[in-house]
Design a protein around this ligand. Structure first.
Ligand SMILES: CC(C)(COP(=O)(O)OP(=O)(O)OC[C@H]1O[C@@H](n2cnc3c(N)ncnc32)[C@H](O)[C@@H]1OP(=O)(O)O)[C@@H](O)C(=O)NCCC(=O)NCCS
Length: 237
């Protein structure tokens, strides 16, 4: 045997494509790998579209639940500038996190502002079932964070008090309502279930469950209805 023949590693037989395909078919459900890949891609796209539709429906239903003047999903879909601004924001926010997406996101946010009167910076993080009633004049800054089931009326500002490029806008908890014209300024924490009165100016943290009214906002806790506090909660179900 020659030296070359001794040092050359033994070559393994490469499995033929047909063999691989056959194995995949045996191991799987009878589809070709390429077909399976295509099917999975379609399923991914369909799942994404279904999720978007479900989210849009829950936004419409939460608007109907909070706006006594709204009578149907179609009416809200066609006439709610607050909801249009929120949906536009969901797109610009996704764009904001992509490489090179920041400028297009800002431009589209500007178009949405022109159409709805609501200015939401694409960097702001908004939760689910968020609703802005009437819309006009709302401003939400870049580093604002908003929880789920929050409602703002027109003219609300979630703004900053610092020019430094740091977290400078409010963090709003879940189930918070902020009345018309209220200003919430700085990186303050607004706890869950807080109500901020119309035209109030909030510059300090507000604890969960409180009502904040006035300039600067004073905190109070709503009194429990003494007559009803022992009522069996089952009657509300
Ligand atoms: C703050 C708010 C949630 C309080 O509701 P509430 O708990 O039912 O409070 P009450 O109406 O019982 O008022 C309690 C006290 O707060 C005062 N108050 C209520 N809202 C206030 C406000 N925005 N600014 C200053 N004081 C206010 C009341 O005058 C009352 O004072 P008093 O105890 O000295 O009489 C409500 O008044 C509010 O401002 N909601 C926003 C609604 C809105 O923006 N609507 C726009 C529709 S287009």
């Amino acid at each position: 045997m020659s030296t070359a023949a001794r040092t050359e590693p033994a070559r393994r037989a490469e499995p033929s494509l047909t063999l691989v395909t056959d194995r995949a078919r045996e191991a799987g459900d009878g589809r070709e790998p390429a077909q399976r890949h295509t099917d999975e891609s379609y399923a991914g796209v369909l799942g994404f579209v279904r999720k978007l539709a479900d989210r849009a429906l829950e936004d419409l239903d939460s608007a109907i639940a909070r706006d006594p003047a709204a009578s149907s999903r179609v009416e809200v879909l066609l006439t709610s500038p607050g909801l249009h601004a929120i949906w536009a924001h969901r797109g610009t926010h996704a764009l904001w996190s992509l490489p090179g997406g920041r400028l297009p996101a800002r431009v589209l946010a500007q178009v949405s502002r022109f159409a709805t009167g609501v200015e939401i910076h694409p960097g702001a993080q908004l939760g689910r079932r968020f609703f802005i009633d009437h819309g006009m004049g709302v401003v939400i800054g870049e580093t604002a964070e908003v929880g789920d089931d929050v409602m703002l009326y027109h003219g609300v500002t979630l703004g900053g008090r610092s020019l430094a490029k740091v977290k400078r806008h409010p963090t709003v908890g879940n189930r918070v309502t902020i009345g018309a014209g209220a200003r919430v300024l700085g990186p303050v924490l607004i706890g869950d279930d807080v109500q901020v009165g119309a035209n109030s100016v909030v510059v300090k943290d507000v604890p969960a469950g409180a009502v904040a009214t006035g300039i600067p906002a004073m905190i109070r806790f709503p009194k429990r209805d003494a007559a009803n506090q022992w009522v069996d909660p089952a009657i509300y179900i």
